[in-house]
Design a binder for this molecule. Structure first.
Ligand SMILES: Cc1ncc(COP(=O)(O)O)c(C=O)c1O
Length: 325
């Protein structure tokens, strides 16, 4: 819905939020999702093909299918560094800053491939700075309690949609239910909200999502995630088969633990500790290399978000240690 003039004054109140103060990635183009932003980029620039990692969510393949762009795939090594590929003229290369921990790998990608044809997917790295390349994508709801939204940072001229997303309100049920009741009560609405973002034409970010994003204390989010991650890393790194250079400045999505004992995810779930699977579709994709095929089943992605403290995380770490140490 487009804003009406003049602004309404008086009458009943809207939901009271913290004052509008903050913006993250101020110069970005704002869409209803990161995949919609990617679709707008593809439609505006029409690459001949795009190299995608095998290890990526299906959502990021949607815009390629919708725009009829041929997809090529590349593998990763055990440090999540891309294997060599022959990038032909007018082809693009997409790399994901996995878990918000792959700043070194992003620099490596930019030194190996022509940066004007590299897209960095920061859906898992909301706080990472945009890189000097063709485009950087963000998906704020992976880090924050907002219904939707996607940022695109690019120097290119992108054809922006004229229509504004008016479905955000319908995607708020799970956010409110988790507050009013509990996590389990809102799960079906959460799944429906995610479903409603599939196969959508690009739209401008809704006024509701913009306002919610403007009221967030980003410094508090950053500090809590960094501290929680540091605790998990300190406690678990010896046993974790994912070895990565620890960057105390990085603001992670989660703590990735590779080589988790089987059944542990279900044990945690029984105690109401919910961990995502990044990404279940990868394991069954035709032609997927062994490393990527095995990752979704053998990795555990522990939460380190801003709602949690060291006291919340300690029993989770202890349970994992009791199986591996
Ligand atoms: C790495 C990655 N990139 C992009 C996306 C797509 O983001 P959005 O859901 O905002 O379109 C996702 C997940 O959905 C993701 O995990």
């Amino acid at each position: 819905m487009n804003p009406r003039e003049p602004r309404a004054i008086g009458g009943y109140f809207e939901l009271e939020l913290a004052p509008s103060a903050a913006t993250l990635h101020a110069g970005s183009l704002r869409f209803q999702s990161s995949r919609a932003a990617f679709l707008a980029l593809l439609r505006s620039m029409r690459p001949t093909a795009v190299w995608m990692p095998w290890y990526i969510c299906d959502a990021m393949l949607e815009p390629l299918r919708m725009s009829g762009t041929p997809i090529k795939r590349y593998g990763l090594d055990s440090t999540l560094r891309p294997q060599p590929v022959e990038l032909a003229r007018d082809e693009w290369f997409v790399y994901v800053n996995y878990f918000g921990l792959c700043g070194h790998q992003v620099s490596d990608v930019l030194s190996r491939f022509p940066r004007e044809r590299v897209v960095i997917d920061n859906a898992q790295a909301l706080f990472a700075q945009p890189t000097d390349c063709l485009a950087t994508l963000y998906s704020p709801r992976k880090f924050l309690g907002v219904p939707d939204g996607g940022y695109l940072v690019t120097q290119q001229q992108i054809e922006m949609p004229t229509a504004i997303d008016d479905a955000s309100l319908l995607r708020c049920n799970h956010l409110l239910t988790r507050l009013a009741k509990d996590a389990e009560a809102g799960y079906i609405d959460y799944a429906a909200a995610e479903e409603s973002l599939k196969h959508q034409e690009p739209l401008r970010m809704s006024a509701l999502t913009r306002r919610l994003l403007a009221g967030i204390d980003y410094e508090a989010v950053r500090a809590r995630r960094v501290a929680n991650f540091a605790f998990l890393h300190e406690t678990l790194q010896r046993y974790n088969s994912f070895k990565f250079p620890y960057d105390p400045e990085a603001v992670p999505l989660c703590y990735p633990y590779f080589g988790a004992p089987s059944g542990l995810r279900e044990e945690l779930q029984a105690e109401r500790v919910y961990t995502p699977t990044y990404w279940p579709d990868v394991a069954s994709a035709t032609g997927v290399p062994a490393f990527e095929r095995d990752l979704p089943g053998s990795a555990l992605f522990l939460p380190c978000d801003q709602r949690l403290s060291r006291e919340d995380l300690f029993p989770i770490a202890r349970r994992l240690l009791s199986r591996v140490a």
